[in-house]
Design a protein around this ligand. Structure first.
Ligand SMILES: *Cc1c(COP(=O)(O)O)cnc(C)c1O
Length: 332
């Protein structure tokens, strides 16, 4: 059995699983189940808290009093990190991609409310953000502090544990439901959820496949990123795991115009699910992945989920990202 490193218990676990009752899947008998990871908390909702349980345990173990992390202006990861750090009595410094808006909204509003220190870096200068983080760490050291760096999305060999551990929970879920899905589907953005699930189903011997829909970059990027993170994980924790055996499947074609920009069809799918089943997706991650999953299921055996009788969609959260994009919902 695998040995977990130290972990803080911050998330509300286990999260429930709901079966969609009314969402229309024309011409398909597939059952869609939703793992409700948007219910890991209220303010700290979503997938990042599972990873941060391990990243922040490591920060404390290293004796750090400050955490630095990065992301977009509407980063769910940065919001989760900011709130959790405040709860743990750690200072938090966010390095955000974009210009400072006149009035913060959505996730950014929550960052300010939770007292985060924020440095803005323009899209143009973003390639240098890791250098900036090193300078900040130096500044904190000079001032007598110790700053721990968590990379984007907490997707590294430490954060990977989050969704490896989630697979232990899923194994129990599937036993209680007496159902193992043919596929587990997730949105992928920094790769840590996808990577953790892929490793986790092997560690806990769950006979299923993991499919991810990318909301940025492409399949080749996630292949490389996950192989690198899993290799580092394997080296750091001396786990007995064959990286060559990783089955990384990223379904392209549903990113739309780019990260954070969703098509009308995605907004329509979000509105439809809210109306049929009372579940709320977001336009940056879960809406795109859910729309992609449904589109592929409806292609039947020509789609990316051939033979799907039961599919588990991981609802990774993101609700606060809906409001800054509310003008994109069309009402007749
Ligand atoms: C970050 C995020 C994802 C993607 O998870 P990664 O582990 O970064 O790939 C999916 N959904 C939501 C709502 C997120 O905030």
């Amino acid at each position: 059995m695998i040995e977990f490193p130290n972990r803080l218990h911050l998330a509300r676990l286990p999260t429930p699983i709901t079966r969609l009752q009314r969402f229309p899947l024309t011409g398909s008998a597939t059952q869609i189940w939703i793992k409700r990871d948007e219910l890991t908390g209220t303010e700290v909702s979503g997938n990042k808290i599972r990873k941060l349980e391990f990243s922040l345990a490591e920060a404390q173990e290293q004796g750090c009093d400050t955490v630095i992390t990065c992301g977009g202006l509407q980063s769910n990861h940065c919001r989760s990190t900011a709130i959790l750090c405040t709860r743990l009595g750690l200072q938090v410094h966010l390095v955000l991609r974009g210009e400072k808006p006149e009035q913060p909204e959505g996730n950014l509003l929550m960052d300010y409310l939770s007292g985060a220190e924020i440095t803005y870096v323009s899209q143009h200068d973003w390639h240098g953000h890791e250098e900036l983080v090193k300078d900040l760490q130096q500044d904190y050291a000079t001032a007598g502090s110790k700053a721990f760096y968590i990379p984007i999305g907490a997707s590294d060999e430490i954060g990977l544990w989050g969704y490896i551990a989630a697979c232990e929970e899923l194994k129990q879920d599937f036993q209680s439901l007496d159902m193992t899905p043919d596929y587990i589907v997730t949105a992928t953005g920094s790769g840590g959820t996808q990577g953790g699930l892929i490793v986790g189903i092997r560690v806990f011997e769950i006979p299923t496949k993991v499919l991810a829909f990318n909301v940025c970059d492409d399949a080749a990027y996630f292949d490389q990123k996950i192989r690198r993170d899993v290799t580092l994980w394997q080296q750091r924790y001396k786990t007995d795991f064959d990286v060559k055996k990783l089955a990384i499947t990223t379904v392209e074609g549903y990113m739309g115009a780019g990260y954070g920009t969703a098509s009308e069809a995605v907004f329509a799918s979000i509105a439809l699910l809210a109306r049929t089943d009372g579940l709320f997706l977001d336009p940056v991650y879960t809406g795109k992945a859910f729309h992609g999953m449904v589109s592929e299921i409806q292609k039947g055996d020509d789609g990316a989920l051939p033979g799907a009788r039961n599919v588990l969609f991981i609802h990774t959260g993101g609700l606060f990202g809906v409001f800054p994009q509310q003008q994109n919902f069309l009402f007749k």
